[in-house]
Design a binder for this molecule. Structure first.
Ligand SMILES: Cc1ncc(COP(=O)(O)O)c(C=O)c1O
Length: 460
């Protein structure tokens, strides 16, 4: 039987979707009057919808995921070959792609050593939280169990990762939350909370030390940070910040967990975001770009020192990481991730990200000269944001409906961009751009031309 759906059956697809699919992050009332958006096909930087309309995708699948672009037959073939050989076995045993990808990944992460496979960014972060709690229980009489997270950062959608959520709108109505999570201040210099400080980077990092001292250093086990905050407004940390963060962690014996779910695997022009700053983490988590969405895979990566803590007392029957992720044993993930990494290396995509990121930042800065509504332009590599304000002096954010109107206008022009969304009340005003790492100069210019037109139409 031919199960493929011919294009002229699209009305049926739309009705089936409307009748039965519960979409992510969507208030469904709107679908009573408009059709759900169905994306049918993708190639390179472009996707086509149910009406056959072409879009240039400037957000890599909506949520900064498809790093190497759509339609990669070599990844599809690698996954297919692996699936017919062995699709799955629980990760309590090893697999050929699992071993090979772990080896290749660790080559890119000097100082790191062990890869724990799972399925989503949320899960990867949750694994770290469990490890930190187990280390506290085993080594610190349960005291050093608190986990610090930063205002504006996001680490996932489960109740415990929402307990570590610096974006209040994401967490609202989902409590009560897991105890033992404590917030530290953000580090967005554009919205400087320490105006009297001579060195903003130092002041923002020292604010973390203050929280540790207030809570008691013997109660704080770990600090969890995004290297560059994504959905909280594309926040590139200020100069000096990361050095001081590292010093503070060392001083108070606080393990450093870097959430690379967005920045990991090339997005900012290095393999990992933290590598711009010379930081030495204890844990690194990653998901979205690891296999560019060709298969579900996430990794929790640790140092050998962390790993050793779970094996050094074999006499204690509980002293190992008693955790499983069923689909962490799917072999499609590491098979796709291996080929994804080969593509990034062979096509020189880190260099391209650096060059095209520079062009994107340059174009956005040019737009800021002509559109007073752009208050700040931030980014690294192909990960950029433009914060929209109604007044450059007071920095009053634009109404989020206006920011969304810019996104809608770009969409009408056939360019998909993003905006911070249900994240911080009153501050969902940063346009987000994360095109695939294969972007060309023409693609970048097409993206910023669309934003230029949209800003003119929405703000005059
Ligand atoms: C920084 C960060 N961490 C974690 C997550 C959660 O990842 P997932 O949606 O795969 O669970 C996200 C998702 O956007 C993210 O941006």
């Amino acid at each position: 039987m031919n199960r493929s759906v011919p294009f002229n059956d699209m009305a049926r697809i739309i009705e089936a979707d409307r009748a039965h699919v519960w979409h992510h992050l969507l208030q469904h009332k709107s679908l009573e009057t408009v059709d759900p958006r169905i994306i049918v096909e993708g190639k390179g930087m472009r996707v086509w919808d149910a009406a056959g309309k072409e879009h240039l995708d400037a957000v890599s699948g909506g949520v900064w995921t498809v790093n190497v672009g759509y339609g990669r037959e070599s990844i599809a073939n690698a996954v297919r070959d692996q699936l017919v050989k062995l699709n799955y076995f629980a990760q309590s045993a090893g697999s050929i792609p699992g071993s090979l990808f772990a080896e290749k990944l660790i080559e890119k992460m000097p100082g790191m050593s062990r890869v724990y496979y799972n399925n989503s960014g949320t899960e990867a972060n949750e694994k770290v939280f469990k490890m930190v709690r187990q280390i506290a229980a085993k080594r610190h009489g349960g005291r050093k169990h608190k986990i610090l997270y930063r205002e504006r950062d996001y680490h996932g959608t489960s109740i415990t990762t929402l307990s570590a959520c610096g974006q209040p709108q994401r967490a609202e109505q989902y409590g009560p939350f897991t105890p033992g999570f404590v917030e530290v201040p953000h580090c967005l210099e554009y919205r400087n909370q320490f105006p009297d400080a001579e060195d903003y980077g130092l002041a923002a990092a020292n604010a973390i030390e203050e929280v540790i001292l207030r809570e008691g250093p013997d109660t704080v086990g770990a600090l969890c940070l995004e290297p560059i905050t994504a959905g909280g407004g594309v926040i590139v940390p200020p100069a000096g910040y990361w050095n001081r963060v590292q010093e503070i962690c060392t001083k108070y014996d606080v393990l450093l967990h870097i959430d690379e779910v967005v920045c990991g695997v090339g997005r900012t022009g290095t393999w990992f975001g933290y590598q711009h700053y010379g930081v030495k983490p204890d844990f690194v988590t990653m998901a979205k770009g690891v296999a560019s969405g060709y298969a579900a895979i996430a990794c929790t990566v640790t140092t050998e020192a962390v790993f050793e803590m779970f094996k050094d007392d074999a006499g204690d029957p509980l002293n190992y990481f008693r955790d499983i992720s069923t689909f962490g044993g799917c072999t499609a993930g590491p098979a796709a991730a291996l080929e994804n990494m080969r593509i990034i290396e062979d096509e020189g995509l880190l260099d391209n990200t650096d060059a095209m990121g520079g062009r994107l930042m340059g174009n956005l800065s040019d737009l800021a000269e002509r559109h007073a509504v752009i208050g700040d332009v931030r980014g690294k590599g192909l990960f950029c944001g433009a914060e929209l304000v109604s007044d450059r002096v007071t920095k009053e954010p634009v109404d989020e409906k206006q920011a969304q109107a810019v996104v809608a206008d770009c969409m009408a022009q056939g360019v998909i961009i993003g905006v911070t969304n249900r994240s911080l009340a009153g501050f969902n005003n940063t346009l987000c751009l994360s095109p695939a790492l294969i972007a060309t100069p023409d693609d970048i210019d097409q993206i910023t031309d669309a934003i230029d037109n949209a800003l003119t139409r929405v703000f005059g």
